[in-house]
Design a protein around this ligand. Sequence first.
Ligand code: SF4
Ligand code: SF4
Length: 509
Amino acid sequence: MDPRAQVSMVFHLDKCIGCHTCSVACKNIWTDREGAEYMWWNNVETKPGTGYPTRWEDQERYKGGFEQHGDELRLKLQGRMGALANLFFNPYLPTVDEYYEPFDYDYEKLFSAPEGDDQPAVRAKSMISGEYMEIEAGPNWDDDLGGSPVYAKNDPNLEHLTEEERRSLNEIERMVFFYLPRICNHCANPGCVAACPAGAIYKRGEDGIVLIGQDKCRAWRMCISGCPYKKPYFNWKTGKSEKCILCYPRLESGQPPACFHSCVGRIRYLGVLLYDADQIRSAAGAPNERLVDAQREMVLNPFDEQVVMRAKQNGISDDMIEAAQNSPVYKFFKQWKVALPLHPEFRTLPMLFYVPPLQPVQAAIHEVTGAYEIEGTGAAGMAPQFNLILEKARVPIRYLASLFAAGNETLIEDVLKKLVAVRMFKRWQTVVDLKHEEVEQALAYAGMTPEEAEAIFRLTSLPTYEERFVVPPLKREQSIESTRAPLTQKREAGFTRFPGSQKEPARGW
Ligand code: SF4
Ligand code: SF4
């Protein structure tokens, strides 16, 4: 066992209102400068939709992430040699058109236009050429229109749906969309790190944040191809790649990342996970249907004495261990199993997780529980009702399974059953239009206790800032100290590996 600490996030998608405040907060702090105009380290997409850059999920086009070849886990970009062969011409990089041509408006004209009969109007100007331009795309071009057939039909996840499911997504009165905020996933097996020929990218030992060393970057741009989420970006001004840094300077002073802090829907939860680096290889190489479970097994129980002892030996501080014990991410992902990684089949072990959206369901609950008598006793009696509720979910299970479970529909059903059961439980408590037996059976069928339902409700709906942000101020100086200490001193302190050495497992194969 080789415990490592990871600062990790959960996004509760039922709470996201698609306001883009997170994107703007991030943009203002980090990418409001020359060379970075087109970059959105945090972006919010409408799903179904094509996202930013367009169709980033299509790895036949972009060749991001890893794939299993027999016993070997290889970059889809064909390993180091394949990357080297494409150093001078990489056909898998997104083009400017696949991002968008960044633009601004000629606001000056509003003030300087001569007096006339018409209101002055502003025109868009390219931030690359400075010329006037017609806008044809943007980072959230299909915002709120994802559900319409014009945009949704190009979403790669729809390829897994039946013709009928695709049609029903666009039916009037059933048309549906939801928002998907995305930042770098600070993966445990990062494709960007493995693809970089210059060794410029590293995963910080003390908190798992993935960073690009600007002094080492040689502009090969293989990180952009290697990342299946397309989260490193090339800065044309500096000639270096850059990416989300999880606001580490803010975290080091006890502040949460800007996207988290500004989130209007309070959909974000930030906490610490302890995970076993010895399991990275097996978790990343697990069969598709086992990928999420294998990643859950990789996350260690922070209350286990053995885990705590080994974590301390690895130099993980007491306050990080305590944070892991109070982590909202641990609860959502490991304990309650209602959060899932985005596209686990890319095999980078993304360390940010999503609670999938339930969508309008209350009417379905009422319709179903009102129309059907409960058959049988115990949990089994609830099965037909729940199956009907899940069938009535507007976003097909298969679509969510493609996004969050490598196609494993059972995982999505298990999450949605829990979310439905929590709503039934609270409705029974507050509105009293459901029968006690119905709720009891619903909880049993979803495999949860009333206490768990209450805890999920509490952390979903009423969390305080302190419950959503459970990360101690990161102590960079201590980590640097520990790497500088003489070897004998480190041995005496019981270090087996040193903070900062976390590159090793990701690059080994
Ligand atoms: S999402 Fe993962 S692979 Fe992509 S840049 Fe972030 S750490 Fe690297
Ligand atoms: S600020 Fe929060 S609610 Fe608004 S789009 Fe971003 S994640 Fe969603």
